[in-house]
Design a protein around this ligand. Sequence first.
Ligand code: SF4
Length: 224
Amino acid sequence: MAGSYVREARLRGLGRRRERIAPIIDRLANEHADAAIALRFRSDLELLVSVMLSAQTTDVNVNRVTPALFEKYPSPQDYLAVPAEELERDIYPTGFFRQKTKAIRGTMRALIEEFDGQVPRRLDDLVTLPGVARKTANVVASELGHAQGIVVDTHVRRLSQRLGLSRNEDPVKIERDLQRVVPRADWARFPHLLIWHGRRVCDARRPRCEDCVLEELCPASRLR
Ligand code: SF4
């Protein structure tokens, strides 16, 4: 299906990906001027922990837990100073609490032992942290102002396909396709724009094409 939208864009004479990307970004930026990460954090460490906790749950859910969590665990050492069961209880509402506790404690140990207790900026370093996959690393690096890739979540994947920007299903391949057309200066904000557009307008099951600022640029539009 994803491939068909790339073909459809050509059939409808919508222009090449490289030509459509600038107006797509401009229109989305105009429409979703408030698009930004929804997680709340005050430091690099809080950002990293928030993103790790956000796997398989909502940002709202994470934001409910983190104020007390960050008060109790201000440094990497603090996460290791309590028994694992205590941290499990503290993050329980975010789900997968055993797995996340293991990942967070492993990551804190690695930060202390290999990065002087600091959150690294390089994607290659971030992905060496236990439980930190490419998507998490991309989110952290981007929010720290060092985007080295493009975050691909479920919304980014769906919209990239519908907009005919990628014919792939695999997130790593979609990211590679996006990196070829999205200007590097926009790598950090582009996923936020797609995520917010996906939540507000381009719903997975019921896209509201009639209210969409991208309608005339979109090969998946249901209006034509
Ligand atoms: S025109 Fe429809 S399918 Fe295309 S991006 Fe907009 S809402 Fe989604």
